[in-house]
Design a protein. Structure first.
Ligand code: GH3
Ligand code: MG
Ligand code: MG
Ligand code: MG
Length: 299
């Protein structure tokens, strides 16, 4: 367990904060808030807590209101909340869990038990985070994986259907990568995939832009609200960015350095292309880029 995990204690009784802080401060970094408003304000700061111990009865915004606000905000939704309260009725406890708390401790509390439960929930959260990461990111390049790409493309296409906006998709494939592996070995090949992923990541700058490892030596880029002209511009930048890595590829027939071919497809507003159709269009363009001699962009 990371000894620097941050715990936010929210309680209107100074004494409770004091006791809990004394018990936890050797193992955790403690943040404290004396009421709901202060807690909400603390949660707008850049450093978020890893877990929140939340009192229910407080002047102003009560604990139920605080958790409601936390759960409705994407930034704070996943922070585990443990209620710690004098309300010991079954209905209150049940409501606490319904609202998304991971645990419910009644006062008077036993600090040792609070500490033990807190540790359990932090460990669980760490494992969940790890699972989320493994399920959505590629282990080699550390960029989003195919599963993540499929979900984002579906979501972005949904947006274009709702608000009539544009969307472009780039499919990119390393040229003669089999020859690269044959010549330099798989370890070098893997290192090369990492560098290409990084180079592609550096090309995108807008908040909604998204790059993923689509398959073995294939990458994909989703560019929301980008027309064909804009997408071709980004594709050229991606192509140049990979060339500028200057990774020698002596057996490539295209260039003395590693290169990529790119297929571009744009979903026009009003058109009902689904993810599969759009991907097929980009794939056809990519196939054409390969046929045209590689190290190029085709739309
Ligand atoms: P083209 O220019 O037509 O795309 O030729 P290519 O050789 O790149 O295409 P092909 O599909 O024949 O080969 C892809 C190669 O990518 C073969 C495979 O060994 C390699 N590859 C796929 N995933 C990985 C990986 O994770 N690591 C390494 N080192 N190589 C990989
Ligand atoms: Mg209270
Ligand atoms: Mg390929
Ligand atoms: Mg290839």
């Amino acid at each position: 367990m990371d000894e620097f995990n941050r715990i936010l204690i929210v309680d209107d009784e100074r004494q409770n904060i004091k006791i809990l802080t004394e018990f936890l401060r050797d193992d955790y970094k403690i943040m404290a808030a004396k009421d709901g408003e202060t807690a909400i304000t603390a949660l707008t700061k850049s450093t978020l807590p890893d877990l929140i111990l939340l009192d229910i009865m407080m002047p102003g915004i009560n604990g139920y209101e605080v958790i409601k606000q936390l759960k409705s905000n994407e930034r704070t939704r996943e922070i585990p909340v443990i209620f710690i309260t004098a309300l010991d009725a079954t209905d209150d406890e049940s409501l606490g869990f319904e609202m998304g708390a991971v645990d419910y401790i009644t006062k008077p509390f036993k600090p040792v038990i609070v500490k033990a439960r807190l540790k359990t929930h932090l460990q669980l959260k760490q494992k969940t985070d790890l699972l989320d990461r493994l399920a959505s990111f590629d282990g080699l390049t550390q960029i989003p994986n195919r599963r993540n790409f499929d979900m984002v493309l579906e979501k972005e296409i949904g947006k274009t259907l709702r608000n009539g906006s544009l969307l472009s998709l780039l499919l990119m494939d390393i040229d003669h990568f089999k020859k690269f592996n044959d010549n330099y070995g798989h370890i070098e090949g893997d290192a090369c995939l990492k560098k290409v992923a990084l180079a592609l990541k550096e090309v995108i700058s807008r908040p909604g832009d998204f790059v993923a490892r689509y398959g073995g030596e294939e990458f994909a880029m989703i560019l929301p609200e980008t027309d064909l002209k804009g997408a071709i511009h980004i594709a050229r930048q991606a192509q140049q960015s990979v060339q500028r890595l200057c990774i020698p590829h002596a057996t490539s027939k295209v260039s003395k350095y590693l290169s990529i071919s790119i297929g571009v497809a744009t979903k026009l507003s009003g058109k009902k292309d689904n993810p599969i159709e759009l991907t097929q269009k980009a794939d056809t363009a990519l196939y054409q880029a390969k046929a045209n001699g590689r190290n190029c962009v085709v739309s």
